[in-house]
Design a binder for this molecule. Structure first.
Ligand code: AMP
Ligand code: MG
Length: 367
């Protein structure tokens, strides 16, 4: 297969040899969670690969029905429609788990990632055809209601059936959830869990640029994943990283934006200002180990958004403290870009053009 271009920040450039007679490939692509989802898997039995992909896709669809703010009947939409409901909303274990993790990531990133940005996302019309620049007072009016700390999660044993746990969420006045910065990563974790449980040893899941690489591709050591060049077009990439059993998530200003009066407004908001984050970062890719024991997709997704909001200085300080998190940061100052790569990635990144090599001290760190 030739370079397979996908709609988001990363794409696979793996040229997989199918010459081994016993290796079969199954692949499916569909549109869910507001993005293109592609899953490919390799193994000796095509029908079991197909079944595993179907099960993974069904899981993503089920989660979309729970989390999507674009689906009026989703649990998140239901909570948003009645944020002050007395006693809170009863939700599924998955919604509860994702919200609990969202609050942990918000805490860890000191609110750079904040799942309560929903009202702001709505005000700017992000993700809709009605994007607009709000007035200062509209933003000021909403800001007091933004804040993950005010979300209350409660779990209790069901009084009627103590073998069951009840999960509840209370949002509070004016607050609106938006899990757009973490839900794809969570869904990627869950889909990968199903693929692995189905016996798949080699697969690549791409949820609109949130990538999970399971095992290794046939006859190759590691999946070669291309990282989108933020200055280029959809098919251009600035680096390739070679990974196995890993998750790779990229956030960038170039992914979604609109222009008004010559000013560009992107989709990642600073929850503290209510406006698109003013940051020297152009693109943030976060890479973590991903396996049965450490699923990490949701965390990677939240962190890619959060590091982008933080800007390179704070992001680097964060990465210094959290050694399990690997990242590639592209920043820009006075029209010049530079690339920062954490130590854990230095041996697995290959840059695809000299400009990026020079920006990284002229060294190509590829093996
Ligand atoms: P991502 O593409 O993962 O960086 O997520 C961006 C999406 O998450 C946006 O389209 C919004 O729906 C939402 N979002 C924007 N800014 C934030 C933020 N600071 N914290 C949490 N979610 C955000
Ligand atoms: Mg994210």
């Amino acid at each position: 297969m030739a370079a397979c271009v996908v709609a988001a920040a990363a794409l696979t450039v793996s040229h997989v040899s199918l010459s081994a007679r016993e290796t079969m490939k199954a692949e499916r692509e569909t549109f869910m969670l507001g993005t293109l989802i592609n899953i490919s898997a390799y193994g000796s039995d095509k029908s079991s690969l197909d079944a595993a992909i179907s099960a993974a896709m069904e899981e993503i669809s089920r989660l979309e029905q729970l989390f999507s703010v674009g689906i009026a009947s989703s649990e998140i939409s239901r909570i948003n429609a009645a944020p002050t409901l007395e006693g809170g909303h009863t939700v599924s274990p998955e919604t509860y788990e994702l919200l609990a993790q969202s609050l942990r990531e918000a805490e860890e990133t000191e609110g750079a990632f904040d799942p309560t940005v929903g009202a702001l996302v709505g005000l700017w019309g992000i993700g809709t055809d009605h994007t607009r620049v709000p007035d200062d007072f509209e933003i000021a009016e909403l800001l007091p209601d933004i804040g993950y700390r005010k979300v209350a999660l409660l779990q209790a044993l069901d009084e009627e059936d103590p073998s069951q746990t009840i999960y509840r969420v209370s949002l509070g006045k004016g607050r609106q959830l938006d899990l757009g910065a973490i839900a794809k990563g969570y869904a990627a974790d869950r889909a990968a869990r199903i693929m692995r449980a189905s016996g798949v040893k080699s697969a690549l899941l791409n949820l609109g640029g949130d990538l999970v690489a399971i095992g290794e591709p046939p006859k190759r050591r590691g999946w070669r994943l291309a990282l989108r060049d933020p200055y280029g077009g959809r098919g251009d990439y600035f680096a390739v990283i070679t990974v196995s059993d890993s998750v790779v998530v990229t956030s960038g200003a170039y992914e979604r934006f609109f222009e008004q009066d010559g000013v560009r407004y992107h989709h990642i908001l600073n929850p503290a200002t209510g406006r698109p984050a003013v940051t020297d970062l152009v693109s943030v890719s976060v890479v973590m180990e991903q396996n049965e024991a450490r699923e990490n997709g949701a965390r990677c997704d939240a962190l890619s958004t959060a590091l982008f909001v933080m800007g390179s200085e704070k992001a680097r300080a964060f990465l210094d403290k959290h050694k399990e998190v690997q990242a590639i940061l592209i920043s820009e100052k006075d029209g010049e870009h530079s690339v920062y790569v954490t130590d854990g990635l230095k041996n697995i990144v290959t840059y695809s053009d000299n400009a990026f090599l020079q920006a990284n001290g002229g060294k190509n760190n590829a093996r």
